[in-house]
Ligand binder design. Structure first.
Ligand code: SF4
Ligand code: SF4
Length: 137
């Protein structure tokens, strides 16, 4: 049975030339969707990907990445949301392309976050005036 999993990866400078994604596709038969990629001034790399494949192959691929000195963010979240900082102003709503940030209850009109819908675009980080959304990268 096919599954999908969001994975956040950190490549230290020493590993940034390794063709990790190529091996995920070729050796583990995974379909990769890249949400976000960034190379820092220190030449370290960050990558947020969605992988689709069998549970067994995803597990093997993650083991391969760990052995390749790629650091896996086990929370699999690049976006952090601090509920205490959110004042429910709604400014982020129109910027969130997937409705991961949304109003579930029209009476309270509080902003809810559905992590499963988040594609890590970080539009909310740029558009939250109160710093409630931030990136781990
Ligand atoms: S913009 Fe920030 S403070 Fe306003 S609702 Fe969105 S997360 Fe909360
Ligand atoms: S990172 Fe993008 S998809 Fe995720 S909650 Fe923020 S705006 Fe929505």
């Amino acid at each position: 049975m096919m599954e999908s999993k969001k994975i956040c990866l950190f490549f230290p400078k020493s590993e940034k030339e390794k063709p990790i994604i190529y091996h995920l596709v070729k050796d583990y038969d995974l379909v990769i969707n890249i949400f976000r990629a960034k190379i820092t001034a220190e030449e370290e790399g960050y990558l947020v990907i969605d992988v689709k494949g069998t549970k067994e192959n995803i597990a093997k691929a993650m083991e391969y990445m760990r052995k390749s000195n790629v650091v896996l963010n086990e929370t699999n979240r690049g976006l952090q949301r601090d509920k205490d900082k959110c004042v429910h102003c709604g400014n982020c709503l129109s910027h969130c392309p997937t409705k991961a940030l949304h109003i579930a209850n029209q009476k309270t009109r509080k902003i809810e976050f559905d992590e499963s819908l988040c594609i890590e675009c970080l539009a909310c980080v740029r558009n939250c005036p109160f710093g409630a959304c931030s990136s781990i990268f």
